[in-house]
Design a protein around this ligand. Structure first.
Ligand SMILES: CC(=O)SCCNC(=O)CCNC(=O)[C@H](O)C(C)(C)COP(=O)(O)OP(=O)(O)OC[C@H]1O[C@@H](n2cnc3c(N)ncnc32)[C@H](O)[C@@H]1OP(=O)(O)O
Ligand SMILES: O=C([O-])CC(=O)C(=O)O
Length: 371
């Protein structure tokens, strides 16, 4: 038995949710380029869960369910108020998402019908948690969700208490579409491993949030912004990035386990970053990002991934950098839950083997003889 480090190239599940074939990403067979231009996030979530685009009536039904479920149980809000100051929003989201199960009477109901309902509940509630926590940590009261508006609109409204600009809603909606699913990435795998023991959907999503938090995965979008803030200006990009490349340090937001010729989502976010810069009449973050890309791609051949240009986009939308990964989670929960439903529909425990590389033929030495 020989281990493959990081399971690179190992096919660990069959799935009909999203595919990456020859560098092309599809959700249920539809090219992400088309979905990014034409679909709303709610349509995409429905597509991921049900394998087909919704009719007008089905979309209306989903909107009504999202409206109904977006309100958090009072004890979950009370819990958010107890977290210590300085708690990272991803840690808060992980804990609060887990606590949702305590107040859902059907948390342990493993029927498909109940699990689809819980997928919609989680989709509705995660944005409310992120926005509520963002306000609570600043000493503000959370804002109740609005009915009849999109996830993107509602999130920006709950964050600021103001009606968001149409252009901001459109940009966030597209970002949510682009982040919704991505085959067997680390957090989705974590979700599938968890529910494959027949644990509940809340446990699966809690595992996934924990896996997304790390900077090699979803946490990279925040790390990109930390880097842009550290650099500070276009004039300082060259020396900063060159020093990183010379030391063989990783430049966050570049490289990918699967895409070697570029992440198809990055171009949409790059375009969005340029457009938001033009709109804000401040091209500095966009220009810094482009310069970083020129250097990293030029010298290392590494291309930007989904986390690179999303950082400048979210900042130009006025979103604090430690909310970037929670925003990723509030989109990806659609994909996680679609994968959980798929796993449970044809379940088998996920339990690979390890290649043992430790000592052999050792004996127990009584404690008195151990020196
Ligand atoms: C939503 C997402 O999860 S997208 C990914 C988000 N993560 C990041 O942006 C973090 C930065 N990128 C990385 O750490 C990696 O590219 C990962 C984690 C995405 C992929 O990792 P792996 O497939 O294991 O690639 P691995 O780390 O083995 O890299 C291969 C080589 O490219 C180098 N490399 C990979 N990414 C980078 C990077 N961002 N900056 C500099 N060098 C890099 C590695 O150092 C390694 O070099 P070596 O062969 O000389 O040792
Ligand atoms: O697929 C991966 O390994 C990471 C990624 O891009 C994602 O989860 O969107």
């Amino acid at each position: 038995m020989t281990a493959t480090k990081g399971l690179e190239g190992i096919v660990a599940a069959s799935s009909s949710i999203s595919s990456i074939i020859d560098g092309v990403l599809t959700y249920r067979g539809i090219d992400i380029d088309e979905l990014a231009e034409k679909a709303s996030f709610e349509e995409v979530a429905y597509l991921l869960w049900h394998g087909k685009l919704p009719t007008r009536l089905e979309l209306k039904g989903l909107q009504e369910q999202l409206d109904q479920y977006a309100v958090l149980p009072e004890p979950v809000i009370a819990g958010l108020k107890l977290y210590p100051s300085g708690t990272h929003p991803m840690a808060a989201l992980r804990t609060a998402a887990s606590s949702l199960a305590l107040y859902d009477e059907e948390a342990q109901d493993m029927s498909r019908e109940a699990n689809v309902r819980k997928a919609i509940k989680l989709q509705a509630q995660l944005p409310t948690i992120v926005a509520a926590f963002a306000r609570i940590r600043q000493g503000q009261e959370p804002i109740a969700p609005k009915k009849g508006v999109s996830v993107a609109h509602n999130f920006l409204y709950m964050l600021t208490g103001e009606e968001p600009a149409a252009v901001a809603v459109e940009a966030l909606d597209k970002a949510l579409v682009l982040h919704a699913d991505h085959e067997l990435n680390a957090s989705t795998f974590a979700a599938r491993v968890t529910v494959a023991t027949l644990s509940d959907i809340y446990s699966g999503v809690t595992s996934a949030i924990g896996a997304l938090k790390g900077p090699l995965h979803g946490g990279a979008n925040e790390a990109v912004m930390v880097m842009l803030d550290e650099i500070g200006s276009l004039a300082d990009v060259e020396s900063y990035i060159q020093a990183k490349l010379d030391k063989k340090d990783k430049v966050m937001g570049f490289g990918h386990r699967v895409y070697k010729n570029g992440d198809p989502r990055a171009k949409h976010l790059q375009r969005m970053s340029r457009q938001l810069g033009e709109l804000n009449k401040d091209m500095s973050l966009y220009e810094m990002s482009v310069k970083i890309e020129e250097m990293v791609t030029g010298q290392k051949g590494l291309k930007p991934n989904v986390d690179f240009y999303s950082a400048s986009c979210y900042t130009m939308l006025g979103i604090p950098r430690d909310l970037f990964t929670p925003i990723f989670a509030m989109s990806r929960v659609s994909g996680w839950t679609a994968h959980i439903l798929e796993q449970l529909a044809d379940n088998r425990l996920i339990r690979p083997r390890a290649e043992y590389v430790g000592p052999v033929n050792q004996r127990y030495v009584p404690i008195a003889e151990r020196g």
